[in-house]
Write a protein that binds this ligand. Sequence first.
Ligand code: CP
Length: 313
Amino acid sequence: MQNISKLKGRYLVEPEDLTLEEMESLFNLAENIEKDDAYLRESCRGKLLATLFFEPSTRTRLSFEAAMLRLGGSCLGFAEPGSSSASKGESLADTIRMAACYADAIVMRNPKEGAALLASRYSSVPVINAGDGGHHHPTQTLTDLLTIRRLLGKIGNLTVGFCGDLKFGRTVHSLAKALSRYVNIKMIFISPAELTLPDYIKSILQKHKIEYYEKENLDDSIQELDVLYMTRVQRERFFNEEDYIRLKDTYVLNSGRMSQAKEKMIVLHPLPRVNEISVEVDSDPRAAYFTQAKYGMYVRMALLAAILGAGQC
Ligand code: CP
């Protein structure tokens, strides 16, 4: 619990803001919460969380709000910027200053890369990045890592395949960076040529001496994967609708493809999915994406309790 107490008052803009030890402590806490519904239940009583979503969300916003309510705290905020004074031209800095006057912590999603870092500079209370454009999504990474740990029993000595939109996919960028700190992780990046991983992420992998490959064909690699991380081609990140339509159905994971995969491989997806995983895969025991979404709530409970310095934390 010592590492968790160090998290009180901390900001989370990108995965590297947490050490591996701090993440392990959060995963232990999340697993305790999963096992015991009453664990930390009233630990955030009297605390307020602002959820400021300048972009749509189902899982991240609802799981943060569910997490705060389950800890006994309360939430305020907005689910789309049109209902805030941002629509009248208020700057992000001023919106953040205001939310910091009212709440004990701020969770923000924004379509602009770097918005979370900017918010962290203007906020007197902790800011948690819930996704900044195509840049990072650190609490999705905590969710993904906890899911791998829970379902495979370890984070290390694994071959992880990332498939789909690797150019704009912030969950891919954050997870690849985070996995590069673990032992013996091999990564295979499967995407069309137009949607390959950005060079700055590849530089980080090279710096950590990670064995990684870039491929265009999922069928060539699926047999060797321990984790398959599927992603959606994101219409909202394209400037050109024609390019989106051309690329959107490049990869479809179906029962035929699953029959080529290891018996113990797990399929993750940050969700929402569109067509990239057929619904027939949902009943395959290796389909872990809905369980993953539930772990997202537990790890966000752990994170909020730690950042707000709640209870036994
Ligand atoms: N995984 C994720 O970020 O989902 P939402 O966009 O629904 O929050």
